[in-house]
Design a protein around this ligand. Structure first.
Ligand SMILES: [Zn+2]
Length: 460
């Protein structure tokens, strides 16, 4: 563990139905990906587990779901219209366009590149003699800011509608509903609002499989607190996020926390840290934790003319604009990290290797697989009954696979990360005592490949 390269995981994802290239029969659409049956199963499990942990089981949290389309004023107030962009440079020779900061990363480091001002980009490219990745020329035009928000139009007649944006983060849906939530949920500070949803960013250089795509899903929390109390709350969220990473199976050796430098902070943040994961190409962001202070609520109060303050129910004279601590979890990025971490090409013997996903049962697409040893009608119908019974009585997600040699079927389940396989044989149905006693089955463990014989009643 983990995956030796990104390519090996991409290939497994295609082969086993986790993730497919988007619109593939039309030649695809650059950097779009579709989740197949097993990829969706993992994604749903992560999302459900997250919701259970951060919303269901906590009295200080509520969940909402807000629109992808919002009043464009939201994005003026949030600063996204003026601040949310990347410095782009055009190669004058071949006319290709690149992110100037990315081109400089190798020379001046990720942190150095993140703090560049727009005016510094082109002179530095020239000074560092950084050539165009396409044609090699060092002939850069002056860098321009490119807004990352996708623009579209609302209205039936093209060209006459109002310009609106596809949301680049779910956070603003929580901020603009702060008053509604505070009044109707009867929550007292500190409390948080969670949302899971799709967001869009018109990234100039997407890539590395599903790591950076123009459409992705976030699991976000806006945690509203009384100003002055945010320090310890920020720290406790850091611990909670770290623990979540471990619980979904990520190794602490491939996790680290990186605090943003002052120059690097987003326009809304007074403190931000990233939880980074060590991907096959190096360290990169997995999650973020930001102290947004009262920036967003203050801005929305200003732009909307509405009162966005909170009044202490015990002391009506105590009225203030809450501060916000924001833990953000990329959902689609979590799927990628979990898959990379779980992947192993395990050498079993001189000329035998198996590919196995050591997924935590919590995030595996199946809990179990039932594999009848033979296709013979009376054996397979027994296995089908057992499948039905387990699914109905335990609620587990159980695969059923009848085709191929038992060895091949085990390997297939290893590749999709099924923790346990149950084999129904002629012993199970009382026809071959050598295979086992009646009403017993063989349970095979994915990671150790050990097998044991258990009675069915002990299973359910
Ligand atoms: Zn060029």
């Amino acid at each position: 563990m983990p995956a030796p390269s990104l390519e090996s995981l991409v290939s497994l994802c295609k082969r086993r139905g986790f993730i497919f290239p988007g619109s593939e029969i039309y030649g695809g659409l650059a950097n779009t990906w579709d989740y197949g049956p097993l990829g969706l199963a993992i994604k749903n499990r992560i999302q459900q587990e997250w919701w259970k942990r951060f919303v269901h089981t906590r009295r200080d949290m509520v969940g909402i779901e807000t629109g992808i389309l919002m009043n464009p004023k939201v994005w003026e107030a949030s600063g996204h219209v003026s601040n949310f962009g990347d410095p782009l440079v055009d190669c004058k020779k071949c006319k290709e366009r690149f992110r100037g900061d990315k081109l400089l990363e190798e020379k001046i480091g990720v942190e150095g590149a993140a703090v560049l001002t727009l005016d510094q980009v082109q002179p530095m490219l020239v000074a560092e003699k950084i050539g165009c990745p396409s044609c090699g020329a060092v002939d850069w035009a002056v860098a321009k800011k490119f807004n990352l928000m996708f623009k579209t139009q609302q209205g039936v007649i093209e060209g006459e509608g109002a310009d609106i944006y596809l949301r680049p983060e779910t956070a603003q849906g929580m901020f603009v509903n702060f008053k509604n939530i505070a009044q109707t949920s009867r929550k007292r500070l500190p409390f948080g609002v969670a949302q899971v949803g799709t967001v869009f960013r018109n990234e100039i250089t997407p890539g590395n499989f599903t790591f950076r795509t123009r459409e992705f899903q976030q699991m976000e929390i806006e945690y509203f607190v009384e100003p002055g109390t945010e320090g310890p709350i920020f720290e406790s969220w850091k611990d909670v996020m770290w623990q979540w990473c471990l619980d979904i199976g990520l190794s602490p050796e491939r996790l680290r926390i990186r605090e943003h430098t002052k120059e690097e902070l987003s326009h809304y943040s007074s403190r931000t840290l990233d939880i980074e994961y060590k991907y096959p190409w190096g360290w990169g962001e997995l999650y973020g934790l930001a102290n947004r202070a009262d920036f967003d609520l203050t801005q929305h109060a200003k732009f909307s003319g509405q009162d966005m303050t909170y009044t202490d129910p015990d002391d009506p004279k105590k009225k203030f604009t809450p501060y916000v601590v924001e833990p953000t979890f990329g959902l689609t990025r979590t799927v990628l990290a979990v898959l990379l971490e779980a992947y192993e090409e395990e050498k079993l013997a001189e000329d035998d290797t198996r590919t196995v996903l050591h997924l935590k049962p919590l995030v595996a697409p199946f809990d179990l697989a039932i594999l009848p040893l033979s296709k013979k009608e009376h054996l397979s119908s027994y296995a089908e009954e057992l499948h039905k019974k387990i699914v109905q009585e335990t609620g587990l997600v159980v695969d059923y696979d009848l085709t191929g040699s038992i060895g091949k079927r085990y390997r297939r389940q290893d590749e999709v990360g099924t923790p346990k396989c149950i084999t129904v044989d002629f012993g199970t149905i009382g026809e071959d005592a050598a295979q086992g006693e009646k009403d017993t089955v063989t349970i095979r463990d994915r990671d150790t490949q050990t097998q044991e014989r258990l009675t069915i009643s002990a299973l359910i």
